[in-house]
Design a protein around this ligand. Structure first.
Ligand SMILES: Cc1cc2nc3c(=O)[nH]c(=O)nc-3n(C[C@H](O)[C@H](O)[C@H](O)COP(=O)(O)O)c2cc1C
Length: 252
């Protein structure tokens, strides 16, 4: 059985879990990294005989808007699909359910789904260094279980409720840049929404920024940062989402 994997993963945790699961189940297939704008410009060709596996982060209890639009436009019909949401130890809320609904519309069977935990992109003090060894072991165990559902016309129930959590309006806060910046362009080339000017990395279109923190993490000179306008959310997360270690939830 072949696979088609897809992930949107600005800080790499969704990619890590997807690759772990894929390696556990399949030997042959193709990976589409949907993180950069260029990769989402044209329709990808999905092998109709393959099992489709998708991994995305949870943003405010939902899947990122750009990924919602992209998944809706996918040319798939009547295929087995595996859905993975990565979240930062707060809650995954309706992310799996909205993905499931998108694929139900395309007559696909969601043969398995999982909500896994990854280090919170906004603050490394929440779910630090996750997914860790334990998460990886659970992802492998999920792979073994879900393999049994392939081709069996099974569709699993997932967590979440309708109507989905209302989307927050964009905050129009973009990253700032300090004098460490040497215009290497790494941040601009790696921005998932093309919000950073390639001609001058200090120029950011804050209305496009999705606060994914990829630029902050990729910068080798610690030149990109978010200013105090995100302090309240960071404080909330560090106060409320560190006491309890949440564990992956799987649906098979
Ligand atoms: C804008 C934004 C919103 C987020 N919202 C949530 C959330 O609602 N619940 C949660 O637990 N984690 C939330 N996170 C954390 C991410 O889901 C988590 O860090 C995830 O592992 C990132 O995936 P990636 O490494 O593939 O980019 C949010 C992160 C960002 C940047």
């Amino acid at each position: 059985m072949k696979y088609t994997s897809m992930y949107f993963s600005p800080t790499g945790t969704s990619e890590k879990i997807i690759k772990t699961i894929v390696n556990e189940i399949f030997e042959e297939g193709i990976n589409f990294d949907l993180t950069l704008p260029k990769s989402r410009e044209k329709q990808i060709l999905i092998d109709p005989e393959s099992v489709v596996i998708i991994g995305v982060p949870v943003y405010s209890g939902r899947i990122p808007v750009i990924i919602e639009t992209y998944l809706k436009s996918l040319n798939v019909n009547n295929q087995d699909v595996i859905l993975i949401a990565l979240y930062g130890n707060r809650a995954y809320e309706d992310a799996l359910l909205e993905m499931k609904d998108i694929f139900k519309e395309k007559n696909c069977n969601v043969i398995g789904a999982g909500a896994f935990i990854g280090q919170h992109s906004i603050t490394g003090n929440v779910a630090s260094n996750r997914p860790d060894e334990n998460d990886i072991a659970l992802a492998k165990a999920f792979g073994i279980k879900v393999k049994d559902n392939i081709g069996k016309n099974i569709s699993v129930e997932v967590g979440g409720k309708r109507p989905y959590r209302e989307r927050k309006s964009p905050n129009s806060i973009g990253p700032s840049t300090n004098d460490n910046c040497n215009q290497c362009k790494l941040c601009a080339e790696n921005c998932p929404v093309g919000a950073i000017s390639i001609d001058d990395c200090k120029i950011v279109d804050a209305t496009m920024c999705i606060n994914c923190f990829r630029c902050v993490k990729e910068c080798t000179r610690e030149a990109k940062y978010f200013d105090e306008r995100l302090d309240n959310i960071i404080k909330f997360l560090e106060t409320n989402c560190t006491a309890q270690r949440l564990e992956p939830e799987i649906f098979v």
